[in-house]
Ligand binder design. Structure first.
Ligand SMILES: [Fe+2]
Length: 281
């Protein structure tokens, strides 16, 4: 793993924001040339997948399990400016459990927020995890890193909406999930930034009233014992992956037992952190 990542560990302020608000933004995690490359990969994948699924060019689409669909998506898995913050929150016993690429084309010109609304649908991530635990708050278990390939630093650009602090509330803190409660806010994430968020945070996508398509790549990380939410079609990546990338992509040298009682070979991230004197829970 790139040792440059040691300069981008989770800061005390980021840890405080994550605990209090359930999210934080990190600007400038991707340089302009990487953003440009990723946009080419996103547009290529989006076009191909829309054709396969018969989806119209105007519709907002989530392409799941995109990590294996283009080589350019692999380096973000353990990107030096974001990944240290993931282990800073979750520790070393982690994996990639889910990826989705969201492409929100501009709304048709005759539509407006006043006439057509914000297009919200607040939810917590991970489906049944929100039903199967009889406790409040439920455990976090996973988080997502969202890489913004579009400038959403202004409202109305298909922004990611959140209700800060709502990650500790099992019930939706409002009456209608399509209506923002008073404390809901659009996250103003600039081009090349990343948003880290707790999967329990009540959040939503929104309609894009800007001229540019809104493109965001979501990388979901969880503890290794969680069954992935995707098919994880990544076998073709494995030959050129580092041991830590293999851990993140779900390789276990100890079979099923290795996901709950890992050997050192199963979790090279632990060894790497110890070698670099990083204390991690
Ligand atoms: Fe979500």
């Amino acid at each position: 793993m790139d040792p440059a990542c040691l300069d981008y560990c989770l800061t005390e302020e980021e840890a405080r924001q994550f605990k209090r608000d359930g999210y934080f933004i990190v600007p400038d995690v991707l340089p302009a040339d990487t953003v440009a490359d990723l946009i080419v990969a996103v547009d290529r994948t989006d076009k191909k997948e829309r054709a396969r699924m018969g989806t119209s060019p105007q519709e907002r689409v989530n392409h799941f399990d995109f990590i294996g669909k283009d080589d350019r998506f692999l380096p973000l898995l353990d990107w030096y400016k974001t990944f240290p913050k993931v282990w800073g929150i979750l520790g070393w016993h982690i994996q990639l459990y889910h990826t989705h690429m969201t492409v929100t084309p501009p709304a048709e010109p005759h539509k407006s927020p006043k006439k057509n609304g914000l297009g919200l649908g607040f939810h917590q991530d991970s489906g049944r995890i929100n039903w199967d635990f009889d406790m409040e708050p439920r455990p976090m278990i996973s988080l997502k890193v969202a890489f913004f390939l579009t400038d959403t630093s202004q409202p109305g650009r298909g922004n990611f909406y959140v209700i800060p602090g709502s990650q500790t509330q099992n019930a939706f803190p409002g009456r209608d999930r399509k209506v923002p409660p008073p404390n809901a806010t659009p996250v103003l994430a600039p081009l090349g930034s990343a948003v880290f968020f707790d999967r329990r945070l009540w959040h939503s996508a929104s309609t894009n009233y800007w001229t540019e398509p809104r493109r965001v790549l979501f990388y979901g990380y969880s503890y290794r014992w969680l069954r992935p939410r995707d098919d994880m079609r990544v076998e073709h990546h494995l030959d050129r992956c580092t041991p830590i990338q293999k851990q993140l992509l779900g390789v276990s040298y100890s079979g099923g037992r290795g996901y709950t009682s890992p050997t050192p070979e199963d979790v090279p991230l632990k060894t790497w952190l110890e070698q670099h004197a990083i204390h991690c829970p």
